[in-house]
Design a protein around this ligand. Structure first.
Ligand code: CP
Length: 313
């Protein structure tokens, strides 16, 4: 496996191996005073973010550093992209500067795929990891969500997972819908018709419009952030109506089965798609997802830069 551009790159076996490796990394680091493994010593990992991020950028940086890679963070605002340099020239420049891996977030769907093509034009280029491209994909988010679900539910096989809210603009929803169904779950999208993408009937999912009706049958519910930055100034239903119809409040939490859990990829808009007390409830896995994100990203870097025969540390 050379790149991780989307969940299409992951069959059930590969995805499961990555989740297993993530848990091996977690175990390898457990109880260590110095969290440093030699796995990527001498390798250079660059994060290239053209959109804001807290969780993804930081967890890739922590993952690289815990594996002894040299990690360099490039942000669009402080790089020569701000002077008008093209994405192609920036990508080729970072390759020429010695990147073994480029971790890319960009507002344009397909940007990571393009970078993988451009940096391979004159021979083998760096491994490219898609850290979120427009409304398209966020594969490492889906992997860390799958790991969290597996840890909390025991398995994904036969489980019913709801993904609720602004599916239309959500790369998290797209990657999760496909990966979770590859891993044996039944995925139920719960959204107003205006916030579902064209072609959703080709996705491996069920579709519901009424959250109250969907909740009692779910093993887990994943609440999506309303992606106002991709909506050109307005959306239907209105923010107030959205919160009333699709927000997970205390009353709705009680409609879930007792063992069901609540995921959110973050950042959360408390009071919009998720209530304040729901976000802080023991059934919410938000911070476990963040911790799992570090270990999953270690496992992805390991697979791309070392291969499946290497030792984790
Ligand atoms: N879930 C996620 O991608 O969060 P960030 O935007 O903070 O990276």
């Amino acid at each position: 496996m050379r790149h991780l551009l989307g969940v299409d790159d992951l069959d059930a076996t590969t995805a499961t191996e990555i989740l297993d490796d993530a848990e091996r990394f977690e175990q390898a680091l457990l109880g260590r005073e110095v969290r440093k493994l030699p796995t990527l010593r001498g390798r250079t990992v660059m994060t290239v973010f053209y959109e804001n991020s807290t969780r993804t950028r930081v967890s890739f940086e922590v993952a690289g550093k815990w594996m002894s890679a040299d990690v360099i963070n490039v942000s669009a605002s402080s790089s020569s992209a701000g002077k008008g340099e093209s994405l192609r020239d920036t990508a080729k420049t970072l390759h020429a500067a010695g990147a073994d891996a480029l971790i890319v977030r960009h507002p344009a769907s397909g940007a990571a795929h393009q970078i993988a093509r451009w940096t391979s034009e004159e021979g083998p280029g760096p491994s490219v990891i898609n850290a979120g491209d427009g409304t398209h994909e966020h594969p490492t988010q889906a992997l860390l969500d799958a790991l969290t679900l597996r840890q909390r539910l025991g398995t994904l096989e036969g489980k019913r997972i709801g993904i609720v809210g602004d599916v239309l603009h959500s790369r998290v929803a797209r990657s999760n819908a496909h990966l979770l169904s590859t891993l044996g779950a039944t995925v139920v999208l719960v959204a107003p018709p205006t916030l579902l993408p064209v072609g959703v009937e080709q996705w491996p999912v069920l579709v519901e419009h009424h959250l109250d009706a969907a909740l009692p049958a779910l093993d887990a519910v994943m609440m999506l952030r309303v992606q106002a930055e991709r909506m050109n100034g307005g959306f239907f239903p209105s923010a107030r109506e959205y919160s009333i119809r699709y927000g997970l409040n205390d009353r709705r939490l009680a409609l879930l089965p007792d063992e069901a859990i609540v995921l959110h990829p973050g950042p959360m808009l408390r009071g919009m798609e998720i209530g304040f007390s729901v976000a802080d409830s023991p059934r919410a896995t938000v911070l476990q997802q963040v911790t799992n994100g570090v270990h999953v990203r270690m496992a992805v870097l390991f697979r791309l830069l070392v291969g499946t025969d290497g030792e984790v540390g």
